[in-house]
Design a protein around this ligand. Structure first.
Ligand SMILES: Cc1cc2nc3c(=O)[nH]c(=O)nc-3n(C[C@H](O)[C@H](O)[C@H](O)COP(=O)(O)O)c2cc1C
Length: 372
């Protein structure tokens, strides 16, 4: 039986060589939103992973859309040029792999310290900025409240998403993912825990989904029609009275008719009261439920670490794609080892063609060598 994990998958005109996606991972290593040489090295090694698609980390649509001062941005010429330069070198030294970018706004989680410095809110008087949100409800109860966006602010952020999408298109990126998860701005609009607005953007389900759907539609319009666009959602808040899987299914139906090509099914992040039943593949059932209810392509993510586990997720129809984060940092050649274990093939740079182990001598596609 050929491997399901290593079978190709089509999203609009884009074909992924296999179902493994490098999940977006903030590196907190940008300067003024600009990619640095760290990104070159990080992207370089993951672009050699032979995953089906690489996703660039949450990329802010404005300076105050960043989570931290180290977050990557795509809001001015300098960001665009830095990203173009580093990515061209990384891509130029790896076998071809589609590259997606995740566009994001941190909302009330903005102005945070980088994780290795503690991740806490940097107040305005300590050099931070006042984060924005749908309502003046802080992420943590002891924090100063964020500023509630007014209609002008909402319109401005929508335009910033569109401008970033146009820059991403100019960079020749292959796919775009809108970050509507993990307690950041668009998720904050969705969840009744963070959205207590009394205007057209809060209250009922229809009102809470309005802004994320408006951003989706505006970005979809700006992003080339033949290129796929997906959305990462937190399919449940894991809190009583919060956003639920039923809400997610209702949202996904609307996203699908607005031209959404995949749902990247994550969860949580909106509240410190969340109770997440962590364990292998703990979010896979959310991808399965969404896929069954809506027939949209889903990406499963979260503690997927074993080749057989990933194979079973795709083969059983729980999800079309498997996104991986920590396991790929731990072992950037995970797809190579998975291919060897499943009797499939990966694409390696020609410099590494001699590396296939004895037990899987044919794991590298098209490898041919000669020496005198
Ligand atoms: C270092 C790191 C950075 C992350 N940054 C992002 C990000 O930029 N955007 C996002 O949606 N999720 C982010 N995540 C979450 C991952 O994409 C992924 O959903 C999560 O880690 C669960 O998958 P895993 O068990 O394979 O790591 C990050 C995770 C890690 C470990």
């Amino acid at each position: 039986m050929p491997s399901a994990l290593f079978s190709p998958f089509k999203l609009r005109k884009l074909t992924l060589a296999n179902r493994i996606v490098v999940s977006p991972m903030c590196q907190y290593s940008a300067v003024d939103g600009c990619a640095t040489d760290w990104h070159l090295v990080h992207w370089g090694q993951l672009l050699q992973s032979s995953a089906g698609m690489f996703t660039i980390e949450a990329t802010a649509v404005s300076p105050t859309a960043r989570i931290t001062y180290g977050c990557l941005g795509l809001y001015d010429e300098a960001c665009e040029n830095a990203l173009a330069e580093r990515l061209a070198i990384a891509r130029g030294n790896a076998p071809p792999m589609p590259v997606a970018i995740q566009l994001a706004h941190a909302g009330r989680k903005g102005s945070s310290q980088v994780p290795w410095e503690g991740g806490q809110l940097i107040p305005r008087d300590a050099g931070g900025w006042t984060p924005v949100a749908p309502s003046t409800i802080p992420q943590l109860p002891n924090e100063p409240p964020p500023a509630a966006l007014d209609a002008a602010g909402i319109g401005q952020i929508k335009r910033e998403f569109v401008a970033a999408a146009k820059r991403a298109a100019r960079l020749g990126l292959d796919a775009l993912e809108l970050h509507c998860a993990h307690g950041y701005l668009l998720h904050e609009f969705l969840s009744p825990l963070s959205n207590r607005r009394t205007d057209a953007y809060g209250g009922s389900f229809d009102n809470r989904v309005r802004f994320p759907l408006e951003v989706f539609a505006a970005v979809r319009h700006a992003w080339p029609h033949d290129k796929p666009m997906g959305v990462r959602i937190s399919a449940t808040d894991w809190v009583d009275g919060g956003w639920t899987i039923e809400d997610s299914i209702a949202l996904v139906r609307r996203l699908k008719s607005a031209g959404c090509d995949w749902i990247d099914t994550s969860s949580g992040g909106i509240s410190p009261a969340q109770k997440i039943p962590l364990g292998p593949g703990y979010q896979v059932h959310l991808a399965r439920e969404i896929r069954r209810a809506t027939s949209i392509a889903t990406m499963a993510v979260g503690l997927i670490t074993e080749a057989k586990q990933a194979e079973a997720i795709v083969a059983s129809g729980d999800a079309d794609l498997v996104a991986m984060a920590r396991a790929l940092l731990w072992d950037p050649r995970w797809p190579w080892h998975a291919a060897a274990a499943l009797g499939a093939q990966i694409r390696a740079p020609q410099q590494y063609w001699r590396s296939a182990p004895r037990e899987a001598p044919n794991a590298i596609a098209n490898a041919k060598l000669g020496m005198r």
